[in-house]
Design a protein around this ligand. Structure first.
Ligand code: SAM
Length: 206
């Protein structure tokens, strides 16, 4: 685990409320729209990589999903989510890990990553993430990723970030995923800035 990176994110979650951070969404609408169309069974194994305090898990629990795993480099983010969910989140699995080195021990039907992958800027971490996610998907699984798009920020939360086109993401995950659909969308931050995002849904080829 990269300790500097971890301290950076811990400090953010210790010092800011979710409503104050640039990536805040009251409802993660784009992710939900993609997810709903898949009509996955309530027992589907779902991974949210770099979940932070995202309300995607709230939506999943509300819909009756019972096998949800949240991974984040920040223990504080996971603690805040656990506290918010309380009793209704008792089935949720929380894993404190760095996406650039994390090795999943389960296999998933649906992998979600909004605004985490673009923080990986070292080739070894990107390579590890793609290998690990490919190894951790079940046959017919789906993989939904949202990253900064071309023309999006180059720095976010004082860290370097990468921008991707839908074609770039297809290339990065080509070892096991085929693109089903891609859309460009703007995320409007709490301060009103518009940040260019691309969301890509992939299907696992395995
Ligand atoms: C921009 S936030 C997005 C959070 C959440 N996905 C959402 O949509 O609200 C990025 C998240 O990724 C986490 N993160 C950053 N680098 C990470 C890494 N290398 N491994 C795991 N999580 C990481 C941060 O702690 C943070 O929660």
């Amino acid at each position: 685990m990269n300790k500097d990176l971890k301290s950076h994110w811990e400090a953010i979650y210790q010092n800011k409320s979710f409503e104050e951070v640039g990536w805040y969404q009251a409802v993660p609408e784009t992710s939900i729209q993609f997810f709903e169309k898949l009509n996955l069974p309530k027992t589907a194994a779902i991974m949210d990589m770099g979940a932070g305090e995202s309300r995607f898990v709230d939506y999943l629990l509300e819909k009756g999903y019972t096998n949800i795993t949240l991974v984040d480099i920040s223990a504080e983010a996971l603690k805040k989510t656990q506290a918010r969910l309380g009793e209704k989140g008792k089935s949720v699995k929380y894993i404190e890990a760095d996406a650039g080195t994390f090795k999943a021990t389960e296999r998933y039907d649906f992998w979600h990553d909004r605004a985490t992958f673009h923080f990986l800027t070292e080739i070894t971490a990107i390579e590890h993430y793609t290998q690990n996610s490919c190894r951790s998907l079940k046959p017919k699984a789906h993989f939904l990723i949202g990253t900064f798009a071309e023309g999006g920020p180059k720095i976010c939360s004082e860290l370097e970030v990468f921008q991707y086109s839908a074609d770039d993401l297809s290339e990065v995950f080509a070892r096991c995923l085929t693109q089903v659909k891609a859309i460009k969308t703007d995320h409007v931050t709490p301060s009103g800035a518009k940040l260019k995002f691309v969301f890509c849904l992939f299907k696992y080829d395995g």
